[in-house]
Design a protein around this ligand. Structure first.
Ligand code: P6P
Length: 305
């Protein structure tokens, strides 16, 4: 059994980054406890996207923000649930952390798996850079039958850890890789087929090829399924109301894109540009995304041209 901290040290991950990841792991533990005991009630508040907030959304955001402040390794943090990033006064750490505290929280009342997503960037700003230039690590937690934390440190592979009943994260899978082809598909934003014949034909093609559908409506478990099986494609194109799709670049797509490229998968937007090469111009900007098995991603984006 390999503990989280020991394994990352053996991988040559720096003390500072290991310490930051340890604080993120602690936040995941506390969020899990609150989910098991928490109130799924809706608040009267909404987030910046006009989405209703659950008490759990706000609590998860608070848990993570406090944990990152305690780490003394954050220079700036940006949450999907907050309008503006929070800068810490000097002398503070050297990392920027972007996070979606509880992605898919609307699925909680259906008792489906949800997750938290984290991007770790060097420096004290997000605007004007790209994931490829300044992101050094990313990770996500899945709150399902098992509580898992999957981590990518740039150049050091993708590794999955599971929370044990005594509160330790232990290694369950190392050096996760994604095959270039797949029999699974996760077609997001099916409403877009109403105005996009090519997207309809792409999905019909997957169905005619007798592929296996795996889509829950939660980005975190849907993408975790691809990493777990080592193959798949998740698509979320634009539609008439969302010129850049609905998923957020800084909080969701850039972190997952680092993980998937580290696992030898691909992550492109609908225009064929790598999501990691998309400049951050607004912390709440959205992006279309086709992510998963390399050959499947390329074929899907080409089919929509
Ligand atoms: P749709 C959840 O609200 C979320 O942001 C992602 O987790 C998920 O992939 C997407 O929305 C689902 O969107 O349009 O299928 O409801």
């Amino acid at each position: 059994m390999q503990f989280f901290n020991h394994f990352l040290r053996e991988q040559g991950v720096s003390n500072e980054l290991r310490s930051l990841l340890y604080h993120i792991a602690r936040a995941v533990k506390y969020i899990n406890f609150s989910l098991r005991a928490g109130n799924t009630a809706k608040l009267t508040s909404q987030n910046v996207f006009g989405e209703e907030q659950l008490k759990l959304d706000v609590l998860a955001d608070k848990i993570i923000s406090q944990e990152l402040e305690k780490s003394e390794l954050a220079a700036i943090i940006a949450s999907e649930e907050q309008q503006e990033p929070k800068k810490f006064p000097a002398p503070r750490g050297k990392f920027g952390i972007s996070f979606d505290p509880l992605d898919g929280s609307s699925l909680v009342d259906a008792n489906l798996a949800i997750g938290s997503i984290f991007g770790i960037w060097e420096g004290d700003k997000f605007l004007g850079t790209t994931g490829r230039k300044t992101m050094v690590a990313s990770c996500y937690a899945v709150y399902g039958p098992r509580i898992t934390l999957t981590i990518a440190v740039k150049g050091k592979g993708v590794h999955e850890f599971e929370l044990t009943d005594v509160g330790e994260f232990v290694l369950t899978r190392d050096n996760i890789k994604i095959n270039p082809d797949s029999k699974y598909f996760a077609p997001g934003n099916l409403r877009a087929t109403c105005g996009n014949e090519k997207y309809l034909q792409l999905i019909q093609g997957w169905i005619k090829e007798c592929r296996t559908l795996r889509y829950s409506g939660g980005m975190v478990p849907d993408l975790h399924h691809i990493l777990s099986k080592g193959e798949g494609i998740f698509s979320y194109p634009r539609d008439e109301k969302h010129a850049n799709g609905k998923l957020r670049l800084l909080f969701e797509c850039a972190p997952f894109s680092l993980l998937f490229e580290e696992a030898e998968g691909a992550s492109l937007n609908q225009d064929g540009q790598a999501v990691l090469d998309t400049e951050i111009t607004d912390i709440h900007q959205c992006t279309t995304i086709f992510i998963g098995s390399k050959n499947e991603v390329k074929k899907a984006v080409d089919a929509l041209k």
